[in-house]
Design a protein around this ligand. Structure first.
Ligand code: ATP
Ligand code: MG
Length: 369
């Protein structure tokens, strides 16, 4: 027995017989089911998958229109064909809109016409079923894609954060080593404070991963107003400390008017990444020079080193995640992180080379955030 079925509803047994014989003959893929009343038809509809309904108009208890309206409510996708006697034609036409009928045919019907109408209705129904199947598959594929994008977003952010945790960890380790030295007595509090600050940074970064996995897919930027003095204190001072540790010749000129709205922790991560690249760039000893100044409504940060410079052919690729060149242990995330953070501040970061050798990174940040 086929699992595709045509339901024929008529209170006249003879009509049921001839119609179902015709359907079985013409539409071999389908089997026909018959019902002598609307009630019986509703029962069949509830139990079996039906592809098409052909119903008589005049039936006792519930007429064809009422039945088809009811069928439409519960099974809107099944096409419905109504058979009417000539005398019922007016009523049938009036009711057609309510029942959303695919076609109505007058009795006695012409077999050829009926075959054609049924064929078209079944084809339409098949097309719709196929379309629904495809839509469902598409929806599932889309869901899978969203899921995997979420996963790769988490992966991306996790690796960015793991990458940047290295710097505060280095600070903690370095400072703890200094503290271990007995001769450091006076500045103990300062060193302990430094360790606490670095530990807090790590803890914030871990918080970021957690917030990402809870569905905040973007790096959260929490801006605060920073003036020249606190820029020096919060962003430059830690780099001076790192420079001492790595024997870097460090110089800076921080001079701007007013306040800039930035997320200090995030911009610290930008500075740390540029710093790491700077000292890995081949200068011996490495030199880093930072200049910060106003230009119109923007703050400009220039970050220069005395390394080999950036080869021309890679200049366009260096901000791409996981692009690394000429380094044994490069992951290729440092500049991608810088780019992400600076863009989230509505700013830009550009790379170039100095005539004197070495690279220059220029960051432009709107003062107003
Ligand atoms: N100051 C610089 N001087 C010369 N080349 C640089 C400089 N900064 C970056 N580059 C080049 O750009 C590439 C990408 O830098 P990026 O910081 O994104 O990754 P990485 O330093 O290789 O690895 P990671 O920072 O993840 O440990 C580097 O591999 C290097 O070739
Ligand atoms: Mg790097």
């Amino acid at each position: 027995m086929s699992d595709k079925r045509i339901l024929i509803v008529d209170d006249d047994e003879a009509i049921l017989g001839s119609l179902s014989a015709l359907m079985d003959l013409v539409f071999e893929e389908y089997s026909s089911l018959t019902a002598e009343s609307a009630k019986e038809a509703m029962k069949i509809l509830a139990e079996k998958d039906i592809s098409l309904i052909i119903s008589d108009f005049l039936m006792p208890e519930m007429d064809g229109i009422q039945f088809l309206i009811k069928a439409k409510e519960t099974y809107p996708d099944i096409p419905r064909i109504l058979l009417t006697g000539y005398a019922d034609k007016e009523n049938a036409i009036k009711a057609i809109n309510n029942a959303g009928i695919y076609y109505y045919l007058e009795k006695p019907w012409d077999n050829e016409e009926l075959k054609l109408i049924v064929k078209n209705a079944l084809e339409k129904r098949d097309l719709i079923t196929e379309l629904e199947k495809k839509l469902k598959e598409l929806g599932e594929a889309q869901e899978a894609l969203i899921q995997s994008e979420k996963m790769s977003a988490i992966g991306k952010v996790t690796s960015m954060i793991m990458h940047d945790i290295k710097t505060p960890l280095t600070i903690i380790r370095g400072t703890a080593e200094v503290l271990d030295n007995d001769s450091i007595k006076d500045n103990k509090d300062l060193y302990i404070e430094r360790i606490i600050r670095a530990a807090d940074k790590i803890s914030n970064m871990i918080g970021e991963i957690l917030s990402f996995s809870r569905g905040n897919w973007e790096i959260q930027i929490n801006k605060a107003s920073v003036d020249s003095k606190s820029f020096q204190q919060d962003l430059i001072r830690p780099l001076e400390e790192l420079s001492e540790r790595y024997s870097v010749e460090f110089s800076s000129d921080i001079n701007f008017d007013g306040y800039i709205k930035i997320d200090i922790e995030k911009i610290t991560r930008v500075m740390n990444n540029l710093f790491s690249n700077g000292i890995e760039s081949g200068g011996d000893p490495p030199k880093i020079d930072i200049k910060v100044y106003n230009s119109g409504k923007n703050l400009i940060i220039e970050f220069k080193d005395n390394g080999t410079g950036i080869p021309k052919e890679i200049l366009d690729s260096i901000f791409t995640p996981f692009f690394t060149h000429g380094k044994m242990k490069g992951i290729g995330l440092g500049l991608a992180i810088c780019n992400e953070i600076v863009s989230r501040h509505n700013g830009t970061i550009k790379a170039g080379n100095l005539e004197t050798g070495g690279a220059i990174f220029t960051i432009t940040l709107p003062m107003e955030g």
